[in-house]
Every structure is written in C-alpha cells, then in structure tokens.
Design a protein around this ligand. Structure first.
Ligand code: NAD
Length: 497
C-alpha cells in the first residue's frame, strides 16, 4: 500500500478538532481569548487552534477542582462506584480508540500503527486497571496493645495537577489520571503544548461517564505560564509531572516557593543497554537494541540510547543493529508500513541534529544515518548510529530524545557496570547474558528504576516504572502509584477509657 492510498488519510480528513479547555464540567475558551496553533509535524500544516490557558484559567480550574473535592461527590464516593464510572470512561475511550489514535499521530508524528497497537490499548488498559484496583485495596490496622486501635488509612490529597510531555501524550496522561482519579482526587491535566488534542478529547468521555463536574479538568497551554501557575498554586496539593529533568527541578522550586506540595517526578534518561559476550542470542539482542532506540523516533524516556557492548562481540552486534536500523522505514506516520514517523516539531528536530553534529565534532564514528530525511515540510530524521563513543562525550551524557544511538565498547562486565552507572540519570537499563549469576549481579549494581534482563522495554501495568537519581522520584504504574496520590492517616482510638 502506498502512503497516499492509506485509508488513514481519508479518515484524518473527516476529523473534527476541538482545542478548548475543559473546566468545571464543560468546554471553555481561555479567559484571555488567546489560542495557539498546533501543527502536524509530518506536514507542517496547522491542525487546530488550542486554548492558551494561563494563570487566570489555572485559577478557575483549581477553584473548580477544589470545590469538587470538598463537596465529596467523588472523593467520598464508594470505591465500587468510582470503579464503575472509571470503567465507563475507559469504555468510551475504547469506543473512540481509532479516533484518539489518529489524533495522537497527527498531533505528534508517531506512526499510526503504534498509536493503534500500543498507545491506545495501553492507555485504556491503564484506566481499567486502576478502576479495578480501587475496590480491592484494604487499609491497615496497626498491631498495637489491646487498649487501642490504630486505623491506618489512605486518604486522597485533594487537587492534583498532572503536567505531561508530548512523546506518549495519552499514555503519560493516563498513567497519572487513572490512579489520581481512582484514589478520589480531583485532577487538572496540562498536556504538552505540542500535543494537547487527545487530552482535550477525552474530557468529554469523563463527563459522559458521570465523573462529577470539576473533578476532571484539562487546561492546555505553555509550560512557562500554565505549567508554572499550577506548580506555584497554593491550592494544588500535588504535582504529578512527567517531562525533562530540567523542568522537573523547576517543579521542586515551585513547591518550595509555595505550599510544599507533593511532587512526583518522572524525568529524563540516558539508559545503558549492556550486551555481554555470553548473551543467549546476539542477533535478538541487537534487534532489540535497534528498536530500543529507534522506536517512537527515539522520543522515549527509557530509550536504550547508550549501547554498551563487550569487545569480543561488538562488531557482530553493531552490524546487526545497523542492518535493522537501515531497514526501518522513515516517513508518513499515516502509512501503516512506517516504522519511524516525524519528530514532534521543528525545534526538536533541530536539537537532535545539533547533537549529531556534536557527536561528529567530538570524534565519534558515524556508522548509520546522521541526516534529516527531507519529506515535504515534515520533521524527519534518519536512524543514526555512532560507534567509538567515549562515555564522557556529550552524546553519551545528555538526553538527545531522538533516533541516535551511542555505541560504547567495554572490555568486561565490570567496565560495563561502571560505564552504565556513569550518568546523572537512572531511569532504566538492560543487560544481556545467559549467566543468571551475572545477570543478577549486574542488575543489582545498576542504579536504575527498571532493569531488563535479556529483553529491553518490556513492561506491564502491574510493574512499577520510575527513576533513580535525576530521573525522578515516585513511581507510575502498579499499586505504588497510589503512594503519590494519597496521604496516610493514623486514627488512634483509645479503648482503655
Ligand atoms: P518538558 O519538560 O519540556 O515538558 C513537559 C511538560 O512540562 C509540558 O507539559 C510542558 O508544557 C511543561 N513545562 C515546560 N516548561 C515548564 C516550566 N518552566 N514550568 C512548568 N511547566 C513546564 O518535556 P517534553 O519535552 O515535553 O518531554 C520530553 C521529556 O520528558 C524527556 O526528558 C523525557 O525523558 C521525559 N519523559 C519522561 C518519562 C518518564 O516516565 N520518566 C516519560 C516520558 C517522557
């Protein structure tokens, strides 16, 4: 099938775009009346005008969210009823999954195949998982002396602001909003300015699922205005942030300068993927390494951007990585045969190309790609592989967030661990070996929130995700996510009186 004949172009032509904010149970314009353009990065065309929420809109959303929380229609609702409504929310997302996938692809450039097969099922599955979890969680009774009972209960925090990035717009949003809502909080979702459309669209489903007005709000807008206003707001009780380490640090400052709100941070990464000479299947390891960096245009927080290979097998592995990368199809995200779509915008494309220049300037050897792929006005970059990288180089230390792999040769497992940990980040890591003792030793030694053994980027909603070091704090996914959105209260009942 050629791109032009892809049915997705015809479906895209029929889409209706809504760029409004959603506050207090209805769609509204920004109070300033301002909007900004959201572009399709594959073509450069304007898709829609999005409400430019700022301080005033944040004030309005926080007031609605706080009132809703205090009314208790959601926060004190029986968990089984919250579950029922969240499942309905998920059902509505499911019923519109194709439309949401299309919006996602048009808005941020990822292949439609991935939006359909990965982003939507995982997002909907996440909503369902937290909905199902909430009426199965028991609180505790402390083992005190019989003269007292201490009830140890989890209570929702209040108003939680979820500030999310553009690389998996729907999935990163649902990793936040599902546990936030399930545990009884009100939420204000601020999508990234590059990719607001799916967040805005699902607000209607929340309302249709009878999530009470004011409990679920969406304020699109820029980070420096809307994001900052949420971070500094005295009535926002918690920030649930996913994004860069740089902006994560701003949120810590905002919290310090306002009300010491809880801050959960899912930030950047520079993940080592270590292939040892005794890997069970070197070809499989190399294929996985290629997908581990090129998937989603390399715009993945846990991308295996540093490929650390034991010298004895380096050339063999690298050749396979290059073959796989060369075979990937770069181009029209609406073509179901596309492997690598468009970078999210021209700014990100430029940033990645600058890193490629830096790699060349620092003496790394370019083995694949390294150029923009010019297709109309779109933002495309070829899968790129650098060899002979030294871990102190810029391309090995800084998060590029593009399809650029840095290959580092090491002499043995000890050097692999040392190099793997020589980074400010600690989000994820991989190790490939057939030796179970070595696998356990390396995975224990690596300072990362997730370590994959003989695979890369595998996961399940039941398994926690988050970072060590400057990759953040707190965990998304799994029951651990509830830790971020609840406070523990001990109620001490004296029985001795
Ligand atoms: P970003 O930090 O630039 O933006 C993230 C969000 O923060 C956006 O909504 C943005 O509007 C807002 N923001 C930006 N500047 C702000 C400011 N000064 N004050 C308040 N809010 C502000 O990140 P991005 O470019 O959208 O996404 C890429 C980054 O996200 C990468 O670093 C990637 O590693 C990270 N990420 C991490 C995870 C994870 O789970 N750890 C997952 C996905 C992405």
């Amino acid at each position: 099938m050629t791109a032009a004949s892809s049915p997705w172009h015809a479906k895209a032509a029929k889409l209706v775009f809504n760029g409004d904010a959603f506050i207090g149970g209805r769609y509204v314009k920004a109070l300033s009346g301002k909007t900004f353009d959201t572009l399709n990065p594959a073509t450069g065309a304007v898709l829609a005008q999005v409400a430019e929420g700022d301080q005033a809109d944040v004030e309005r959303a926080v007031a609605c969210a706080k009132q809703a929380f205090e009314r208790g229609t959601w926060s004190r609702m029986a968990p089984a009823e919250r579950k029922r409504r969240l499942l309905r929310f998920a059902d509505l997302m499911q019923a519109h999954a194709e439309e949401l996938a299309l919006l996602e692809t048009l808005d941020m450039g990822k292949p439609i195949r991935d939006s359909l097969a990965v982003d939507m099922p995982l997002s909907i599955g996440c909503m369902r998982w937290y909905a199902e979890a909430i009426d199965k969680l028991y609180d505790e009774v402390a083992p005190t002396a019989p003269t007292a009972i201490s009830l140890v209960r989890r209570e929702p925090l209040g108003v939680v602001a979820a500030v999310v990035p553009w690389n998996f717009p729907m999935l990163m949003a649902t990793w936040k909003i599902a546990p936030i809502l399930a545990s009884g909080n009100s939420v204000i979702l601020k999508p990234a300015e590059q990719s607001s459309l799916t967040a805005i669209r699902i607000a209607e489903f929340a309302a249709a699922a009878d999530i009470p007005e004011g409990v679920f709000n969406v304020v699109p807008g820029f980070g420096e205005t809307a994001g900052r206003a949420l971070g500094l707001h005295m009535d926002v009780d918690c920030i649930a942030f996913t994004g860069s380490t740089e902006v994560g640090k701003y949120f810590l400052q905002y919290a310090a300068h306002s009300n010491m709100k809880r801050v959960g941070l899912e930030c950047g990464g520079k993940s080592p993927n270590i292939i040892l000479a005794d890997a069970p299947d070197l070809d499989a390891a190399a294929t996985s390494a290629a997908w581990g960096i090129f998937y989603n245009q390399g715009e993945v927080c846990n991308a295996g951007s540093r490929l650390i290979i034991e010298a004895a097998v380096k050339e063999q592995v690298l050749e396979k990585v290059i073959t796989v990368g060369r075979g990937m199809r770069v181009g029209d995200p609406l073509d179901p045969a596309t492997d690598i779509g468009a970078m999210v915008d021209a700014g990100q494309m430029k940033r990645v190309l600058q890193y490629i220049d830096a790699g060349k300037a620092e003496g790394a050897r370019l083995r694949l790609g390294g150029e923009q792929r010019v297709i109309g006005e779109g933002c495309f970059i070829e899968p790129t592989v650098f060899d002979n990288v030294n871990n102190s180089m810029k391309i090995a230390q800084e998060e590029i967030f593009g399809p650029v792999l840095a290959t580092i040769e090491v002499k043995d497992v000890d050097e692999a661990i040392k190099v793997g940990n020589d980074t400010i980040y600690g989000l994820a890591a991989g190790v490939w070996t057939r030796d179970i003792n070595k696998a356990f030793r390396v995975s224990s030694a690596l300072r990362a929130g997730v370590v994959w053994v003989n695979c890369f980027d595998h996961g399940d909603i039941s398994s926690p995700f988050g970072g060590f070091k400057q990759s953040g704090s707190g965990r998304d996914k799994s029951l651990h996510a509830f830790d971020k959105y609840t406070d523990v209260k001990a109620t001490w009942i004296n029985l001795g009186a």
